[in-house]
Write a protein that binds this ligand. Structure first.
Ligand SMILES: C[C@H](CNC(=O)c1ccc(S(N)(=O)=O)cc1)Cn1ccc2ccccc21
Ligand SMILES: [Zn+2]
Length: 260
């Protein structure tokens, strides 16, 4: 099939071969210029109702580590801000760099963060399935949170302690009772713009909500993400999972709005 990755031959610069939308008009991520963002007083706060969220498993899909949620009802939704409907939490995952390098996808005035967390939600009011929402304009809302290195994050160990169970591509293990609300920074002020999935198939279906305040994690915690490998247990080469980020794409005239 359309094998893609983050290497020299199958990485972001080659994606447009199998996914021509890679050169489209609303691709993500982007470099955010705060002074050029339009402050919109009509942009209300983001509201997260995760209190009854149900995490199911944690998996290595060969591109990142993903925690999946039960999304058969509105038990965990995001609403408000730029969103006209509540969007259901489907999964969250991370993008990160190599040791001492940066690995966020969005950048701010050309500056990268160490990593970026994506909480992926879909519009179950307008669409019957995640797949349908993922391939239709504004079917998805992704909340992006930057990770910056500093003190240890008091709750991230719940994720990093499980990473050894999903070292290889294709591994999945139970991961119940985790509420990602514990990962969020204190302020949810954000930038928002219309964009895309940042990995193939790169569908232009995402309302991006990028939180301004980063969460702080320790270098040691971040290093545990790099113990994962892109490759399957049966493959002989072990390629460390790191630098799984797409670089910023052209804005092509889009407006980035800013909550207060
Ligand atoms: C498009 C989908 C696979 N891709 C994603 O779900 C996805 C989500 C978020 C991002 S990011 N980095 O922009 O936040 C990137 C890719 C395949 N797919 C199609 C139907 C479907 C049903 C269940 C699961 C996956 C499914
Ligand atoms: Zn992502």
């Amino acid at each position: 099939g359309n094998q893609w990755g983050y290497g020299k031959d199958d990485g972001p610069s080659a994606w447009n071969t199998n996914y021509p939308v890679a050169d489209g008009d609303r691709q993500s991520p982007i470099d955010i210029l705060p002074h050029q963002a339009r402050h919109d007083p009509n942009l209300g706060p983001i509201v997260l109702n995760y209190d009854r969220c149900t995490s199911i498993n944690i998996a290595n899909n060969g591109h990142s580590v993903v925690v999946e949620f039960e999304d058969s009802d509105d038990r965990s939704v995001i609403q408000g801000g730029p969103l006209d409907n509540p969007y259901r939490l489907k999964q969250f995952h991370f993008h990160w760099g190599g040791k001492g390098c940066h690995g966020s996808e969005h950048t701010v005035e050309g500056n990268s963060y160490a990593s970026e967390l994506h909480l992926v939600h879909w519009n179950a009011v307008k669409f019957k399935t995640f797949g349908e929402a993922a391939s239709t304009s504004d079917g998805l809302a992704v909340l992006g949170i930057f990770l910056e290195t500093g003190d240890e994050h008091r709750w991230l160990h719940m994720i990093t302690d499980a990473l050894y169970t999903v070292k290889f591509k294709g591994s999945v293990t139970d991961f119940k009772g985790f509420n990602p609300k514990c990962l969020l920074p204190s302020s949810l002020h954000y930038w928002t713009y219309l964009g895309s999935l940042t990995t193939p198939p790169l569908h232009e279906s995402v309302i991006w909500i990028v939180v301004k305040e980063p969460m702080i994690v320790s270098e040691k915690q971040l290093g545990k993400f790099r113990t994962l490998v892109f490759t399957g247990e049966e493959e002989d080469e072990r390629t460390r999972m790191e630098n799984n980020f797409r670089p910023p794409q052209l804005l092509k005239g889009r407006t980035v709005r800013s909550s207060n």
